[in-house]
Write a protein that binds this ligand. Structure first.
Ligand SMILES: NC(=O)c1ccc[n+]([C@@H]2O[C@H](COP(=O)([O-])OP(=O)(O)OC[C@H]3O[C@@H](n4cnc5c(N)ncnc54)[C@H](O)[C@@H]3O)[C@@H](O)[C@H]2O)c1
Length: 294
């Protein structure tokens, strides 16, 4: 199969990631089926995407005609069978539960065309754990998009030990087609590359803060001003959610057994106190209604 033969994409799971991945695919000219078991999620997803595309037209990022065409290419369904029946590529973006994803990959193997590539958007589950549920492990890989996909421009393409070169090339070409830079990660590793580096920065920042070396606001300031990071590690934790940061570290800790990745005590305390970041109004910083940190 060549990239020119890819015309149908199915995205399974229409949450905060899946809906935007589906929109990228439709914007890239591909017939896109967005599937979720929860019909109300599909309605909310459609409304949100229409609003976003309206906004893009107002900002002149998209012409009105391109908006209409892209939205017309995007179809929603609660049926996995009809979502993937014609798919050349399936991108799974359901909740981060291994047992559920394994079950879905087994279903995809029997429902999707024999030639279809089966990708997972999982942040932590290596595709080989899902490919083993299929008869086509050479066509299975991670396509790890970043949140929010309609603003971010990079996808980690993580190959498993059985992923074929052809599958990797197709995934990289697909990224290009939908306006993303696909970047190859040659081997499966917990956290892949981006979250591994981010986790290391966050972990170090937390250790410095806990040791009383500097206040967390000053650590953010140093990262922004001395290292030219656009935002400091504590601001990032608040943005993605302290619960998300905790789970990412805990996952690597459990997989590697390396105490370096054990979530630090101050991060655990934020969770216990329900101070998750911007989404709860308070995390490391307090947020006013316009979400500016105080
Ligand atoms: N949120 C992030 O920042 C982020 C970033 C990169 C990757 N990811 C990965 O993307 C995936 C989804 O994350 P999310 O944040 O969009 O989650 P989410 O909770 O917003 O959405 C998950 C969706 O899956 C649906 N779902 C549950 N069971 C299903 C089934 N059997 N079939 C179809 N749909 C089903 C739910 O109804 C829900 O709409 C996860 O694997 C996560 O690791 C998340």
């Amino acid at each position: 199969m060549s990239i020119h033969e890819i015309s149908h994409v199915a995205v399974v799971g229409a949450g905060q990631m899946g809906r935007q991945i589906a929109m990228l695919s439709a914007l890239g000219g591909l017939n896109t089926m967005l599937m979720d078991t929860n019909p109300s999620v599909l309605v909310t997803a459609r409304d949100e995407l229409e609003d976003r595309m309206n906004h893009w037209v107002i900002k002149e990022k998209l012409t009105p005609i391109a908006r209409v065409k892209a939205l017309a290419r995007l179809t929603a369904t609660t049926s996995l069978e009809s979502a993937v029946a014609q798919a050349d590529v399936v991108i799974e973006a359901v909740v981060e539960k291994l047992a559920l994803k394994r079950k879905i990959f087994a279903q995809l193997d029997s429902l999707a065309p024999r030639t279809a590539i089966l990708a997972t958007n999982s942040s932590t589950i290596a595709s080989s754990q899902l490919g083993s549920q299929t008869t086509r492990p050479e066509k299975v890989l991670n396509m790890h998009f970043f949140f929010p996909p309609l603003q971010m421009t990079c996808v980690e393409i993580v190959r498993g030990p059985k992923t074929s070169d052809e599958t990797v090339e197709m995934a990289l070409a697909l990224c290009q087609r939908i306006g993303q830079t696909g970047i190859l990660v040659q081997k499966e590793i917990p956290g892949f590359v981006a979250n591994r580096i981010l986790g290391a920065i966050e972990r170090e920042a937390l250790a410095l803060y806990e040791a009383g070396i500097a206040d967390f606001k000053d650590i953010d300031l140093i990262c922004r001003q001395a290292l030219h990071h656009p935002i400091g590690p504590f601001e990032i934790m608040d943005l993605s959610g302290n619960d998300v940061t905790y789970l990412a570290m805990q996952q690597i800790y459990e997989e590697t057994g390396d105490p370096y990745w054990k979530p630090p005590a101050t991060l655990v305390r934020k969770l216990e106190e329900g101070l998750l970041g911007r989404k709860t109004g308070t995390g490391w910083y307090l947020y006013s209604e316009d979400t500016a940190p105080r």
